[in-house]
Design a protein around this ligand. Sequence first.
Ligand code: NDP
Length: 607
Amino acid sequence: MGNDLFSVQNSPLTAEQAEILNRLISALSTEQLTWVSGYLAGFNAAASSTASAAQLAIATTSVDATQAITILFGSQTGNAEKLGEKLHQQLSKAGFAPSLQSMGSYKSRQLKRENYLFIIVSTHGEGDPPDNAEVFYEFLHSKKAPKLEGLQFSVLALGDSSYEHFCKTGRDFDICLDTLGGRRFFERVDCDVDYDDVAEAWVTGIVEALAKEFSSSATVISGARVLDQAESAHYSRKNPFPASLLENLKITGRGSSKDVRHIELSIEGSSLSFEPGDSLGIVPSNCPELVAEFIDAVKLDSKSVISDAKGETQTLENALFHDYEITTITRPFLEKYAALTESKELSKLLEEENRAQLRDFLYGREIIDVIYGYPLLGITAGQLVGLLRKLPPRLYSIASSYKASADEVHLTVAVVRYQSHERLRKGVATTFLAERVPEDEAVPIYVDSNKNFRLPKDPNTPIIMVGPGTGVAPFRAFLEEREVTEAYGKNWLFFGDRCFHTDFLYQQEWLDYRKNGLLTRIDVAFSRDGAKKTYVQHRMLENSRELYAWLEEGAYFYVCGDAERMAPDVHETLLTIVEKEGGVSRDKAIEYMRDLQQGRRYQRDVY
Ligand code: NDP
C-alpha cells in the first residue's frame, strides 16, 4: 500500500486525523479492513440513534474472521436490499465481518467458499425471482451448482399472501440449498406485505445465533431497535408524513374507458427527498361504507373495543377503517375463516389438488363475499380482526423530479373501479386518493427508494423508456430530471394506451419536450383505435434497427408497468430485435440481454 492513502486535500479530515487513519489502514490485514469498513458503516447508520456509546463501542469478540459470512439479496423494489443492509449493519456492530452483495453481481464460483450464507429475496408475478436474482437462481438449480456440505444458511422470503405463489422464490432457494447439502442455520421466514416485525425477528435471531455459535461477547442490539434507528431519522412506513393534497386532476378525456388522475402532494417542511425511479408509499384508509357493511354482515357493534398485542385499544370501526385489510382474500385468511366456520366447502377449496378451483373462486371476490356466502355466527370483534392482515401501504412510481420541484411529489394513478359478482369494487388506495381525500387534506406518505431503477450516472448516456399506461409515470420524472440537470443524453419514449383522443397521458408535455429537443424520439401505440391491437412492442419492432443502434451506443433500456403480460412481451421483442439486428442466435441474444441486465443497462419496474 502506498504512503498517501488518504489525502487531506480531498477529505474533510484534518492533517492529523488523516495521518492517524493512514497509519491505521496500512497496518491492517484485508480481513481487518473489511471488518472496519463494515463497523464504520454500521456506526454511521446508527449515529442518529439513541444507542449509548457503550452499545456502539467496538465489541471485543472472539469471532473468527476467517469465517465467510455473506448476505445476498435479490430485490426488485429495494425492500430485500434494505433488509440486507440492516442485517449487515447489525452483524458488523456485533463484531462480524459480513459481506453484502446483490445476487446480480455475485460470482457464483465463490459459493463453495462460503461458510454462512443469508439470502433475502422477494417473489414476483407468477412466482418469479426478481430480475437481479434470475441468473443466480438458475445457476443454483442447474447441474453446475456445487455441493455445499460445509455451508450453513438461512433464507428470508418476501412476498404477498394474496398471490398464489406466495414467497416461492425464497422457498425454492431454501429447498435448493438444503438439497445441495447446506445446513439450515436458522429456519426460513416467509414475510407478507407487513413484514417489519417478522423481518426484525429474523435479523435479531441470526445475529444472536451467530454470536452464540462463536461464543462472542459481541453487543447484540435487537432487530427492532435497528429498524427503529434507521426509521426514526425520517418519515417511513411506520411514521408517514401527512402531505396535503394540492391537485387531483383527471387526465383521461371525456368518454375514456379509464379514470387516470394526476395527483400532486405537498412535501413542504418534511425534509423528504427522492430520486427519479423512487416510489411513493401511500398509507390509505378503507372506504367507510364498506367498513359499515362489513361490521353489519358479521352482526357486531361498530363501537366494540379491541386491543392489540401492546394493549392499545380502539373501536372495531376505527381498526377496520385504518388498520386492517378488508378487501383482498389471502390464503391465511381463508384457512382461518374455514376453520372458524367449519365450512367443508371452503376447506375442500384449500386442498392442494384444488388450486385451480380456488383460483376460480377467488376471481372477482373479496372478503365481504366470503362473509355473505359462509356466514360467521357469534364471532367476537377480537376474533374478527384476528382473521385479517394489516392494511398494507401501496407504492406508486413517482412522476416528478425532486430537483425540478422540491416541495411537491406527483403521481399518475389509474383509479380502480369494476363490477364483479353484482357489486361495485373499488381499489383501496386509488379510490382513497381520487375520491376520499378532500383538497388540502393530508395523505400519509413516505418515500420508498428503488436503487434498481435509476438514470445512468453519465448524463450523456442515451436512454430508451417503455411505459404504457400509468407505467409512463417514472419517465416523466426522468425527463424532468434530465431537463433540470441539463443532461444531454438522447431520450426515446415508447408510450401506449387505449385511445389517442382520450388516453394520451401528458400529451402536451411530451410534445413540448419533443419540440425543445429533450425528447429525441417518441413512438406511440393506441391499442383500441384500430381494428387490430397495436402495442408498444410493435413500435419497437418497427424501429428495430435504430433501437439496436442505440443499444450498441450504450443506451440504457427501461420498462415500467404491467408485469404479467406487457413486460414479458417487451422482453421477448427485445430478444427478437437483438437476434435480428445483431445477426446472432437466440442463445447469444439471451446472453446479450443478460449482459445488459448485469451492467444495469436493462432495468424494470413492473408489477
Ligand atoms: P392499461 O391496462 O390500460 O394498459 C395500457 C396499454 O397497454 C393499453 O393500451 C393496453 O391495451 C396495453 N397492453 C395490454 N396488454 C399489453 C401487452 N401485452 N403488451 C403491451 N401493451 C399491452 O394501463 P394502466 O395504466 O391501467 O395500467 C398499466 C399496468 O401497469 C397496471 O397493471 C399497473 O398495475 C401497472 N403499473 C405498474 C407500475 C410499476 O410497476 N411501478 C407503475 C404503473 C402501472 P389493451 O388494454 O387495449 O389491450
